[in-house]
Ligand binder design. Structure first.
Ligand SMILES: Cc1cc2nc3c(=O)[nH]c(=O)nc-3n(C[C@H](O)[C@H](O)[C@H](O)COP(=O)(O)O)c2cc1C
Length: 188
């Protein structure tokens, strides 16, 4: 792509973010405000270095009492991935995030959500797409040995990671959020 086209697209994206009050000039908050849950991926493979960085960001997530009540099962085989999410493409990676089953006084499912979000954000920070899936958990848990979910853990969510067409208009591609005033109230 010519430099002029790249510059034009960059200006359009930045302008649309500024108009929506979404550009802050901070890399992390800009990423959080513009990332979305991609549905369409290219077959360009996620590299081992990218995957390792994403997994390390999940391991680094906070958890109640630092119990780290999670295990991550990585699936790269296309046929195995398709049994979990039918429209995956070669080059995607699935990460099954499983939570400890018998933890009292802690919150494994919530902690798994935090690990999933850290990996979701890390994937986007690396220029990849990502989407969290809750619906496959039941199927995975009915065949835990097939998916190599460790004993004492159950699948909570699956994170899909892959390459996406770039540049993407993340602002218009994300589904709308409820209004600030509907979500937030300030105690008087
Ligand atoms: C806990 C959780 C479970 C989800 N489960 C599914 C799912 O089963 N299938 C699916 O297509 N998307 C699933 N999603 C993705 C959401 O639909 C998506 O994050 C939401 O619509 C916002 O999308 P956007 O950021 O692109 O606007 C899930 C997201 C979360 C956080």
């Amino acid at each position: 792509m010519k430099i002029k086209s790249i510059l034009t697209i960059t200006v359009v994206l930045l302008t649309s973010q500024l108009l929506k009050g979404q550009a802050t000039g901070n890399a992390v908050t800009d990423l959080l405000l513009s990332a979305y849950s991609e549905r369409n991926y290219t077959t360009q493979p996620v590299t081992d270095q990218q995957l390792e960085m994403i997994l390390n960001c999940g391991i680094k997530a906070p958890s109640a009492r630092n119990q780290q009540p999670w295990r991550f099962t990585v699936i790269k085989d296309e046929a195995a991935m398709k049994e979990i999410i039918s429209n995956v493409v070669a080059g995607n990676v699935l990460i099954i995030i499983s939570g400890a089953e018998s933890q009292t006084g802690t919150t494994p499912d919530f902690d798994c959500g935090l690990a999933a979000e850290s990996m979701f954000v890390a994937a986007h920070a690396l220029g990849l797409g990502a989407r969290i899936y809750g619906s496959p958990a039941g199927n995975i848990n009915s065949k835990r040995d097939v998916y190599q979910v460790p004993a004492g853990f159950k699948a909570v969510v699956v994170l899909r990671v892959g390459n996406v067409e770039k540049p993407v208009d993340a602002v218009s591609s994300a589904t709308p959020r409820k209004a600030f005033d509907e979500i937030v109230n300030f105690k008087k």
